[in-house]
Design a protein around this ligand. Structure first.
Ligand SMILES: [Zn+2]
Length: 73
């Protein structure tokens, strides 16, 4: 099963413009990440998009699982 929370997205450091790779889960949890320049960046899940994306995908997988169980009978 694919865990979409482990999918990574790139954000840019507001100070040095270095791109930092974070996971969708980190964005959904709005954790603090550190850039190589030492800047702390507070992740923001604007409009809960990351959280919603994770939930949507998880739901689709559950539906798929249900469907495949039915087929197996
Ligand atoms: Zn930086």
């Amino acid at each position: 099963m694919i865990d979409i929370g482990k999918e990574s997205v790139k954000i840019d450091c507001p100070d040095c413009k270095h791109s930092i790779s974070v996971t969708l889960k980190q964005v959904a949890e709005e954790v603090m990440v550190n850039c190589i320049c030492g800047k702390e960046i507070q992740l923001k899940d604007s409009n809960r998009t990351s959280k919603k994306a994770i939930e949507d995908v998880n739901k689709s997988f559950k539906d798929l699982e249900k469907a495949s169980k039915k087929l197996g009978k």
